[in-house]
Write a protein that binds this ligand. Structure first.
Ligand code: ARG
Length: 592
């Protein structure tokens, strides 16, 4: 099944070809002037330039050939030259109705599948043991989850991997801090014969939350402390039993808490692998890098030089083994590539991580390429900008600290409750249902505010605007979806059912044209790894529905056939809207 744009492109391209012109110039796009046309082709201008001819003349030839082709002319009701040589097309009602009927019957609501499915790993979320998640992790989770859903929807086999930060320097810091806090924990770490393992139970989330910032602050001032933490990290990685016991507990406690937060956000990983899972691959990898002559000694450390001639600025080498003998952030990333190659053998690994880590990924990817660990073009950093405060700098709390994700979600929920009340919504809901709706509104607000921007763009955090039921917001979209649901419930209550689609009113045409554009939105989001195309589509669809609903009475339509057609259009718009929102990781409530 092709969308209308595809069908018209095919027809116009073959006409271009028949006229001895470049077929690719026959591509058709949505019209810039919906008042004049549904679609337009600008190819006559380029063709005229190449042939040094008058573009309007070429456009006229294209139009004559289109009119002469019986199959092509079924698609449009009018085709005209406009301006400098644009070909303007207005679809025929028959073509539009046929397409609407296809979309209604299609479980994918008009979106095509990929021709060749691939295996893809998306590395996103990136939470760390004992460090609370912050808004950078929020963006990674929101964008990564959406990209995962979009890829899967298009037919790829996709694994989302949290790539848990559980093997670096912060582990050494925690081991020291835990020992300083409680001598029983120190005894466990040192592997004392009489160590009291029940002390591990006291190592809970509040304690971890307190220990890490303390230790991190201390390491900043105290070089001796920092050196001891580095040593502890190296010993942990070398397999010191007591340290591993403590480490297991850190990981377990953090994981439970993180999973709860991700669940609340509708973010679900297929793999909960951590940096530590790459550890078994490191020894062989190091041997191999050395054998390939890529690993060189530099001031006691082992590095891979990745700078290339022609680089605009010099890329520092990848640090593989520190002078203390520990694996670094880049080491575990490189070894993770080796592991994924063995376990999933993906065509592509996408890293949805803050743009500020671009150099890190450039280093890792180049090292992987040099060593032959990744398929050609198989590694890609999907960077994103920051969420900023009103001052234009990365968002901070009022006290100037990093905002914890947990607190942010709490704030959004408070605001969502207030917004619902202020809009007079949810008054009939039970307290539990109200809470559930408020939660969905909050998550929709945060996610949509993020995803409506191209991921590379930074945006300003403005909870008031994000949670408004008006404008380009998540809550607006939920409200529109709930409105359709309530309309369909009423129809079901009175026993009305949908029927064949008939397109009469301009608002009906617009709605069907918008439904048809879903395919393009999905394709663009897929190709550019950019969910904002779906967000934009969801918004346009909600608006098209809203206009349709205002102009075209449904339950009180003038006759039964019109009513049945409009019910079908409403139900289809809702299904597609919910599908688009689901691709963004946004759930709609039943009522509000
Ligand atoms: N844990 C890292 C951080 O908090 C992000 C991990 C990103 N993924 C990766 N494969 N390096 O900055």
């Amino acid at each position: 099944m092709t969308d209308l744009k595809g069908a018209l492109s095919q027809a116009v391209s073959s006409v271009f070809e028949g006229l001895g012109l470049d077929a690719s110039l026959g591509r058709v796009g949505v019209s810039d002037r919906p008042d004049l046309a549904d679609f337009q082709c600008n190819g006559a201008l380029a063709a005229a330039k190449a042939a040094r001819r008058n573009p309007r003349e070429i456009a006229a030839e294209v139009i004559a050939a289109l009119n002469a082709d019986p199959k092509a002319s079924e698609l449009f009701s009018s085709v005209e030259v406009a301006g400098a040589g644009f070909v303007n097309l207005r679809l025929s009602d028959a073509a539009l109705t046929q397409r609407a009927t296809e979309i209604v019957a299609d479980p994918r609501l008009g979106a095509a599948l990929n021709e060749t499915p691939r295996r893809i790993i998306i590395d996103y979320g990136g939470p760390n043991v004992a460090k609370p998640m912050h808004v950078g992790h929020l963006r990674s989770s929101i964008i990564g989850e959406a990209i995962k859903r979009i890829y899967r929807f298009c037919g790829d086999t996709v694994w989302g991997d949290a790539h848990f930060g559980d093997w670096g320097f912060q582990m050494g810091l925690l081991i020291l801090a835990a020992g300083d806090e409680d001598p029983r924990l120190r005894a466990i770490g040192e592997g004392a014969a009489d160590a009291d393992l029940s002390a591990l139970a006291d190592l809970d989330l509040p304690l971890l939350d307190r220990l890490y910032p303390m230790a991190a602050a201390k390491a900043k001032e105290d070089t001796d402390y920092r050196d001891r933490a580095r040593k502890a990290t190296a010993e942990l990685q070398a397999g010191k039993e007591g340290y591993l016991t403590l480490w297991h507990r850190f990981v377990e406690v953090s994981r439970v808490a993180l999973r709860r937060e991700f669940d609340a956000m509708g973010v679900h990983f297929d793999l909960w692998n951590g940096e530590s899972d790459a550890d078994p691959f490191i020894p062989d990898m190091v041997t191999d890098l050395r054998a390939q002559g890529l690993l060189v000694e530099d001031q006691g450390a082992q590095i891979v030089r990745v700078a290339r001639e022609g680089d605009k600025r010099e890329l520092p080498p990848l640090l593989v083994i520190s002078s203390e003998g520990s694996a670094m952030y880049g080491t575990t990333d490189l070894a993770t590539i080796v592991g994924r190659r063995r376990d999933q053998d993906p065509h592509l690994m996408l890293y949805c991580v803050d743009q500020r880590q671009a150099d890190h990924f450039a280093q890792v990817f180049r090292a992987a390429e040099l060593a032959g660990y990744a398929p050609e073009g198989g590694l890609e950093h999907i960077g994103f900008g920051t969420m900023n405060g009103a001052d234009g700098k990365p968002f901070k709390t009022r006290a100037g600290g990093v905002l914890k994700l947990h607190d942010l979600i709490e704030m959004a929920r408070d605001k969502a409750r207030a917004r619902l009340k202020e809009a007079g919504l949810g008054a009939e809901l039970s307290p539990e249902a109200f809470e559930e709706t408020a939660h969905k509104v909050a998550i929709a607000a945060l996610k949509f505010a993020d995803l409506q921007n191209y991921r590379g763009t930074s945006y300003v955090f403005d909870l008031d605007r994000f949670t408004s039921f008006e404008g380009k917001t998540g809550p607006y979209l939920l409200y529109q979806a709930v409105r359709v649901k309530s309309l369909l419930r009423k129809a079901a209550d009175e026993g009305s059912v949908g029927g064949a689609v008939m397109i009469v009113e301009p608002a009906e045409r617009d709605l069907v044209l918008t439904l048809d554009a879903f395919n393009t939105a999905v394709a663009e989001a897929y190709d550019k790894k950019a969910p904002n195309f779906i967000a934009e589509h969801a918004y346009r669809l909600a608006q098209a529905f809203s206009k349709f609903y205002a102009a075209c009475p449904v339950l009180v339509a003038k006759d039964a056939a019109t009513k049945a057609s409009r019910l079908t259009l409403s139900a289809t718009a809702l299904r597609q809207l919910e599908m688009a929102l689901d691709l963004l990781g946004i759930e709609t409530p039943e009522r509000m």
